[in-house]
Design a protein around this ligand. Structure first.
Ligand code: C6P
Length: 417
């Protein structure tokens, strides 16, 4: 069956050899074979532009931010705050003060749970998430439910890996205090109908948090157009450094949120009797931030912008379409999830071979995939498996690498008879 993939505008094709030459790590061997890196949903490789931006900070501008009157501190502060402005532009936020730097998607979601939701939740209230969430959009809410007596409700999905919208509508009640779901599933590749889902929640006055960890490298995001209340993502899945990410929050929400952690930079003044808190976003950035991470993230988004998200999506969609088709044809292999709109990832299982064995054999062929539960154990349970093999794609992957993947999977079948 032909599927519709993420819709993109027509755009001239990318020079993929040129793109690959930007990524030093791609040009190495793994177990004596050319590296085929198909674990991009876990983390992407980094282009030279990002490596140089991080190195440049350490070589020239290394100082703390918002604290020093000296030149280096001023340069570091300008670079850090310019990154915030670049991120604001990349995701279409209204104001750079809506961009909070975090350690990643996980911390961004925990921040919303702790600082936005906790003060608003009472026993009997409900928090709504979907059946395809990553653990980082499940466990923070379970912790909150444990503290407050609220209940976690889960939107079911169908076998294709799509949210059942009628069930979603039914679960949006006058007890629902917040809805949180993935924009793109890390384990299925499903692109959720987020516009519709946000609209349905807003019709009932319910705020929406989107987990954009797997969307940010693959599609253009406009938070104002989406009208989401919060949007979380990590830099490292979008060609940026590890240990840094973003929480976008509507300014009106951030102004109304209690601090997340206490410490330096999040205060205006402190006495032993009383502390006055800084304005957002600094209110939520206690302590010395990941300065080089923020600078590297801005470099990554600028790199994506130069390639063009339309051209990235066109290339990745062609890869996904071919990979889905060819993997599904292999005897004894079953796709897990066949969503109508897919981005990034393809999950599958062998009838008779454990995903870890598949991953290990592929590794000996130089092919990196993820085999496991992908931090989505409830989703695995939904499909009656403990794990899947996941091939996930980035802009630098090639059709020749799909040939290598398919050859590797045929080898798995030979080894296991
Ligand atoms: N998924 C994967 O291999 P952090 O770890 O905070 O950068 O991102 C967490 C996270 C949240 N939501 C989604 C949809 C994700 O995919 C991830 C990270 C990786 O699928 C590592 S488990």
């Amino acid at each position: 069956m032909m599927r519709a993939f993420v819709e993109t505008a027509a755009a001239p094709a990318l020079d993929i050899d040129g793109v690959r030459s930007d990524f030093p790590a791609l040009h190495q061997q793994a177990h004596g074979k050319p590296l085929v890196y198909l674990d991009n949903a876990a983390t992407t490789q980094k282009p030279r532009a990002v490596i140089d931006a991080v190195q440049g900070f350490y070589e020239r501008d290394c100082a703390n931010v918002h604290r020093g009157v000296h030149l280096l501190s001023q340069r570091a502060t300008v670079a850090y705050e310019s990154s915030r402005t670049a991120i604001k532009a990349h995701i279409g936020a209204h104001d750079s003060r809506e961009i909070v730097f975090t350690r990643g998607t996980t911390e961004a979601i925990n921040l919303v749970a702790a600082s936005f939701a906790r003060p608003r939740i009472k026993p009997g209230d409900e928090i709504l998430i979907s059946a395809m969430e990553h653990h980082s959009n499940i466990v923070p809410w379970q912790l909150l439910c444990g503290e407050t007596g609220a209940k976690l409700r889960v939107i079911p999905i169908d076998d294709q890996g799509e949210i059942i919208l009628e069930e979603y509508e039914r679960l949006l009640t006058d007890r629902t205090r917040i809805v949180g779901f993935v924009h793109v599933s890390n384990a299925l590749g499903t692109v959720n109908p987020v516009h519709k889902m946000i609209e349905l929640a807003h019709d009932k006055g319910i705020p929406v948090l989107l987990d954009g960890a797997q969307a940010i490298p693959h599609m253009s995001i406009d938070v104002q157009e989406l009208d989401c209340d919060f949007y979380a993502f990590s830099a490292h899945k979008a060609y940026g450094p590890t240990g840094v990410g973003v929480l976008y929050g509507k300014r009106s929400h951030l102004l109304d949120m209690v601090p997340y952690q206490g410490g330096g930079d999040m205060i205006l003044s402190v006495t032993f009797e009383e502390t006055l808190y800084n304005e957002p976003p600094h209110r939520f950035e206690a302590g010395t931030p990941n300065i080089e991470g923020a600078i590297g993230l801005a470099a990554a988004l600028s790199y994506i912008g130069e390639l063009g998200l339309d051209r990235i999506a066109n290339h990745e969609n062609a890869l996904l379409e071919e990979a889905e088709h060819r993997v599904a044809e292999l005897p004894g292999v079953r796709l897990i999830g066949q969503p109508e709109h897919r981005a990034g990832a393809l999950s599958f299982v062998f009838d008779k071979v454990h995903p870890h064995d598949v991953g290990t054999i592929l590794d000996t062929e130089g092919i990196a995939v993820r085999a496991g539960h992908h931090c989505a154990q409830p989703l695995m349970l939904r499909y009656g498996v403990s794990a899947t093999v996941r091939a996930s794609f980035a802009v630098y992957n090639t059709h020749a690498e799909i040939d290598a993947l398919v050859r590797g999977l045929k080898r798995v079948s030979e080894v296991f008879g």
